[in-house]
Write a protein that binds this ligand. Structure first.
Ligand SMILES: Cc1ncc(COP(=O)(O)O)c(C=O)c1O
Length: 435
């Protein structure tokens, strides 16, 4: 049976969705051809669509679900919390336990505040950096993704000189200076004469397909920021729990502030995000130290630190800490198997492609240039082939986002057999598409 024959109900749902949701989806990035599948169930490494088809998932809830879909201890903890109430609108002990655990995990986190999303975390971190330094301008790396906050919604997609969204005023983005990833000299050059409050980046560039930092780039940035009294912000919304202690511990570079999201809220829940970092910077939020509102940086929000998300986040973080010696080597092993397997396939067929990633994430790039920054990821990308791979995988029981970026996210629920099946599919695809 063909793909469209097998996914008829998804098509019907999508047709209805288009009537009420712009583009037929809740988030544009979730659209793919011929229509987005309507997912009704998820468990471990798999998801099921409304027609009953099973897929091995390599998107894992936008990377949040490092312990797999529908992870039982989280579900149990959430049920327990629901008995007492998910949200009170007051200080709760779950939030305090959660905060302590965040500070235990990240070397740079002396204090933390919860946010409702990664986007919101970045918004508050930028504000905090401006409040602390008294400077307006910020450095943002080309191609890096930090969510939809105005000041960071610049040079997200290629070509970088186009507005990343309509509705942004010149004032909202004019203080955002664009910087090249993995090019320290380039960064130095572009910040000449600029008085920056902060530089923000994904330590491993997730947008574009998981491009790791090269040649001590992060260390170089740290030194540069120290030299110029610029705050360094790591957006660890994806990387925070993909390494023990986050990318900051893995690469041995302490940022001043960190933004978190996804996994920090227990893998599945809205209200998942955080800002954390140096106590002297975080204290700019503190109303006890700064009783006058005009002398502090605002942070808050109705659902921030609600007991349900705090409890779920705590359970996941505790589990990652308790089983770190088993979880992370396992994830690394899976990731390595995938990356090495892919390289072997491309070499075998003499096929022009690059493999990127680290730990539990990897990307396939059909490009002529080695992807090392925003430009090289996109400039010569073969979009037709990238999209064809996505469709091919869907037809063979593998799902991921997005069709235009072949990047893949693993969880502890994935198995070596699943990786081998994935590799066999890539092999078949390349064999069919080699000139
Ligand atoms: C690195 C990074 N920062 C920020 C965000 C935004 O987080 P959220 O979607 O929770 O607003 C994302 C989301 O994909 C992300 O990957």
């Amino acid at each position: 049976m063909g793909f469209e024959e097998r996914t008829k109900k998804s098509k019907v749902i999508f047709e209805k969705a288009k009537k009420y949701l712009p583009g037929g989806v809740c988030y544009g990035s979730r659209y793919f051809e011929p229509y987005p599948l309507c997912i009704v169930k998820a468990k471990g490494s798999k998801v099921w669509d409304i027609d009953g088809n099973e897929y091995v998932d390599y998107w894992m809830d936008h990377s949040a679900a490092i312990l797999g879909h529908n992870y039982e201890p989280v579900i149990e903890a959430v049920k327990e919390q629901l008995n007492n109430g998910p949200f009170f609108g007051y200080l709760n002990e779950e939030a305090v336990k959660w905060a302590e655990q965040v500070c235990k995990w990240f070397p740079s986190a002396e204090m933390v505040r919860p946010t409702n999303s990664g986007t919101e975390g970045n918004m508050y971190n930028i504000r905090l950096a401006r409040a602390y330094t008294g400077r307006k301008k910020i450095g943002k790396f080309e191609g890096h993704w930090h969510g939809g906050y105005d000041a960071l919604h610049k040079a997200v997609s290629y070509p970088f000189d186009k507005p990343a969204s309509l509705g942004l005023t010149e004032n909202q983005i004019k203080n955002t200076i664009l910087l090249p990833f993995n090019d320290l000299d380039g960064v130095r050059e572009r910040i000449k004469g600029e008085d920056l409050a902060c530089m923000i980046l994904e330590p491993v560039m997730g947008a574009g397909g998981f491009i790791p930092p090269e040649n001590d780039f992060l260390k170089g940035l740290r030194e540069l920021c120290d030299e110029k009294d610029i705050l360094l912000i790591f957006d660890e919304v994806v990387t925070g729990f993909r390494f023990v202690g986050g990318a900051q511990k893995f690469y041995g570079v302490k940022p001043d502030l960190t933004t978190l999201g996804k996994t920090v809220g227990g893998q599945y829940f809205a209200g998942a995000g955080a800002i954390c970092g140096r106590a002297d910077v975080m204290e700019k939020i503190d109303h006890l130290k700064h009783p006058n509102f005009w002398e502090r940086s605002f942070h808050g929000g109705t659902y921030t630190g609600n007991a349900l998300v705090a409890k779920a986040g705590y359970i996941v973080m505790k589990e990652l800490e308790r089983r770190k010696d088993e979880i992370y080597p396992y994830l690394d092993k899976l990731g390595k198997r995938a990356r090495e397997g892919l390289i072997d396939i491309f070499e075998k067929y003499g096929f022009q492609a690059y493999v990127t990633g680290i730990g539990s994430v990897f990307g396939i790039h059909f490009t002529r240039e080695r992807p090392k920054d925003g430009l090289t990821v996109y400039r010569t990308k073969n979009l037709k082939l990238t999209t064809a791979l996505h469709r091919f995988m869907l037809e063979h029981g593998v799902i991921y986002l997005s069709p235009s970026t072949a990047h893949f996210i693993l969880s502890t629920a994935h198995t070596e057999e699943e990786i081998d099946t994935f590799l066999a599919l890539v092999d078949k695809f390349i064999k069919e598409h080699k000139e």
